[in-house]
Design a protein around this ligand. Structure first.
Ligand code: ZN
Length: 137
């Protein structure tokens, strides 16, 4: 079995991955201007402050765009196609990339409401924050 590529936390990203392991979604928030940002960066892209805090995020947003993949880009995805990779715009205004669960592959649309869930990858210390379509209750 081929192992999927895994994130490799750095000093800058470790807080994000530690929170994910605890099933919490956090974003960097600038201590000076309050802007959220993702991916993790040393300096605020608005005011260049280097002061920031990991801040809980809503975990909710909408699909900004997506692509439906029919060819596995890595051997670990063989047999899992088709799947959808979406760019999600969170309520905090930042965008994240996530694959969607198989049940969402044929239902996703631009603007679909999504919510975070946490995927504890077996045999690893990695938890991926992923997104799925919000189900109607
Ligand atoms: Zn700032």
């Amino acid at each position: 079995m081929t192992t999927r590529p895994l994130p490799e936390p750095t000093a800058l990203t470790e807080g994000f991955w530690t929170a994910a392991r605890q099933h919490r979604l956090v974003l960097q928030r600038c201590d000076e201007c309050g802007r959220f940002r993702h991916y993790p960066q040393l300096l605020c892209p608005d005011c260049t402050s280097s002061s920031w805090t990991w801040t809980p995020a809503s975990g909710r947003g909408v699909v900004y765009t997506y692509t439906r993949t029919h060819q596995p880009f890595h051997p670990a995805w063989t047999g899992r196609t088709p799947y959808v990779v979406a760019t999600v715009e969170l309520d905090e205004g930042v965008r994240m990339v996530s694959d969607l669960p198989p049940e969402d592959t044929d239902r996703v649309q631009i603007g679909s409401a999504v919510e975070v869930f946490f995927d504890d990858l077996p045999d690893t210390e990695v938890t991926l924050p992923r997104f799925r379509l919000v189900r109607a209750n």
